[in-house]
Design a protein around this ligand. Structure first.
Ligand code: OGA
Ligand code: MN
Length: 271
């Protein structure tokens, strides 16, 4: 089969593009640099109805790798038969960045759809570079140097507001992680670090801190910064986890929705 070019269509003005090429080219890695570049530029890269097998998704993921790592396919589903940690997955209904409890978050996640829910289950992405860029200059100055303490338990409280002491103790095995509110990337670009693990702003009155974090989340998730992916079976969507936040729109625990996710390890600490 003849290799085809990589064609690109932007999906909104500020975030996401759809790519098209043939399977052979995709798995050969010949477009890996171009795709990584587009990820940083557009935040989200989508392929429609590729229908990759697990093996093919792993092969494709490896072509995009930037640092030595272990590759694996994770099943994202709330079906308790397939996923004993279904409750953790419900945390994905709230805006978040993957890996805020780590010093170095993953660079990108790659998700393909195997089974869809009858309703809900779309995935939304917000461009946190664009959200920062559009802040008034006076506000950028105010945010300079602010640090936010992230806690796993803060994210879990969205799902389970009244944990038992035993449950809370389990959540608290994850130690708090203090991160800059504005991430100054090596590239020189800046993005906002927000999301459901954000617990409080260091050194700020608690109410003022919550007001700030909530106002910035509202700001960053305005329609002009957001792309909503309406899944078809076999789609493959990649997001730059260092320059976006994401969430799933609610779907039923027993909906059967099943996604396969791989990740590309990052090499850039929050800074
Ligand atoms: C994730 C995630 C969202 C979704 O896998 O990290 O947040 O739509 N998934 O399933
Ligand atoms: Mn996630």
């Amino acid at each position: 089969m003849k290799d085809s070019a990589l064609t690109r269509k932007d999906l909104t003005a500020r975030i996401a593009c759809e790519l098209e090429t043939d399977l052979h080219s995709l798995l050969s890695g010949k477009y890996a640099d171009a795709i990584r570049h587009l990820l940083e530029e557009r935040g989200v890269v989508a392929f429609r109805e590729l229908h990759l097998s697990d093996e093919q998704q792993l092969t494709f993921t490896k072509t995009l790798g930037i640092t030595p790592q272990k590759y694996e396919v994770t099943k994202i589903t709330m079906d308790p038969l397939e996923n004993p940690n279904a409750n953790y997955i419900r945390g994905a209904f709230f805006w978040h960045i993957d890996g805020t409890m780590l010093d170095v978050p993953c660079f990108a996640s790659i998700m393909s759809s195997r089974r869809l829910s009858e309703s809900g289950g779309q995935t939304e992405f917000a461009n946190t570079y664009a959200a920062y860029d559009d802040l008034p200059e006076s506000e950028k100055l105010e945010l300079e140097g602010l640090k936010v303490v992230h806690m796993f338990e803060a994210a879990q409280r969205y799902v389970q507001p009244e944990p038992s002491f035993a449950e809370l103790s389990k959540w608290q095995e994850h130690k708090p992680n203090t991160l800059p509110l504005v991430w100054k990337h090596r590239s020189g670009r800046k993005s906002l670090v927000l999301g459901s693990t954000a617990s409080y702003v260091e050194g700020m009155d608690l109410q003022k801190g919550w007001a700030l974090l909530t106002r910035l989340r509202d700001w960053a998730t305005q329609p002009r910064f957001v792309y909503r992916h309406e899944w078809r079976v076999g789609d493959l969507v990649i997001w730059d986890n260092t320059g976006t936040m994401h969430r799933a729109l609610p779907y039923a625990m027993d909906s059967g929705r099943l996604m396969y996710r791989t990740q590309i390890a990052g090499d850039e600490p929050f800074a």
